[in-house]
Design a binder for this molecule. Structure first.
Ligand code: FUB
Length: 331
């Protein structure tokens, strides 16, 4: 009898192990070894379309901010009314927080919750966003502020910090988009942004006023989506290159340049004409966060999905080309 019970328990245990194993989706590893069982973790957010990822490392978590792609399946342009935020302690499991910011939170804005980035300074979180201005034709950059990375956020200025009439190097009305921010080691903050022309300016310590003239940076085939980050003593300016977009990058020893173009970092992301990257280091590993349009059956350039893959540096500080994967980040 005792042997029968032991056998039954063993069979029950083995069958539960099988269930766990079949819950895992088998996929080929990066090295092409099909024998490895890995989870499919790209895209990261599966229940909503998300684009323009911008990640913030704060304390022991990563906060992932993204625009919400709400375009219906038969609509071929952006429909974006709000930004979303998710957090993770391991880059694999993501928790959604209530939508912390909408276009309507900026009374002077009309539409278009386009690309954005959050940065922390002295315990306050500043969220630089792209929106269509209500009265000044063209895209503008606004700033929201909160005491927590998940909000609640409110308009910090009551007006745009950048409007289309402040930049005149190109006539297009959407050249003032895609803000990225960095606070340098000496405490000086910088705002970079642009489409067709890459602009940058210093920010005052209050983070809501420019502290000097708007300058431009010459980068080959610059389209949009600048992302500024620093690693060791190198500054990196990555950006969307050509259209459909690849991601390319330049390096400099100073945030004020000169910038040396270094080549392509990421190829065109599946089924999307934009690519929009964010680069972070978290718990000793480097990550490349981007979007593609690969979610079936309706994903595409206006119904995008945020994905994450590893980023690797060479000894000399240059970047290895990103390998976009279906598996994404594994635990
Ligand atoms: O999401 C709208 C626009 O598409 C962003 O501002 C660009 O960077 C591109 O991703």
């Amino acid at each position: 009898m005792k042997n029968t019970i032991t056998t039954l328990l063993l069979l029950a245990f083995l069958s539960s192990c099988k269930t766990i194993k079949t819950d895992r989706v088998t996929a080929s590893a990066n090295d092409g070894n099909p024998s490895q069982s890995m989870q499919i973790n790209n895209p990261v957010i599966k229940d909503k379309y998300t684009g323009d990822p911008a990640a913030l490392v704060y304390k022991d978590k990563v906060y992932l901010y993204a625009g919400h792609d709400e375009a219906p399946n038969d609509f071929n342009f952006y429909k974006m009314n709000e930004w979303l935020v998710y957090s993770s302690s391991d880059m694999v499991n993501w928790q959604e927080h209530p939508a912390p910011l909408k276009v309507t939170d900026f009374t002077w804005a009309k539409s278009d919750a386009w690309a954005a980035q959050v940065i922390e300074r002295n315990g306050k979180f500043y969220w630089y966003v792209t929106v269509e201005h209500g009265t000044i034709p063209g895209k503008s950059i606004g700033v929201a502020v909160a005491h927590s990375p998940t909000g609640p956020f409110k308009d910090a200025l009551g007006k745009a910090i950048i409007t289309n009439d402040m930049t005149t190097k190109t006539n297009i009305s959407w050249d003032d988009i895609d803000p990225t921010v960095m606070i340098d080691n000496d405490g000086q903050a910088y705002l970079f942004w642009g489409n067709t022309v890459c602009h940058y300016a210093k920010l005052k310590a209050n983070m809501v006023e420019l502290d000097g003239p708007i300058q431009t940076i010459s980068l080959p085939n610059f389209t949009e989506a600048p992302w500024i980050h620093k690693k060791k003593d190198w500054y990196y300016l990555s950006y969307a290159y050509q259209f459909p977009e690849k991601i390319a990058y330049a390096m400099s020893k100073s945030i004020n340049g000169p910038w040396e173009y270094k080549g392509i970092l990421n190829e065109i992301a599946g089924n999307s004409n934009t690519n929009h990257q964010s680069i972070i280091e978290f718990k000793g590993k480097d990550y490349f966060i981007y979007h593609n349009g690969a979610t079936q059956p309706n994903g595409g350039s206006f119904r995008r999905s945020v994905c994450i893959d590893r980023l690797y540096y060479n000894e000399d500080g240059t970047l290895k080309r990103v390998i976009m994967t279906t598996e994404g980040i594994q635990k």
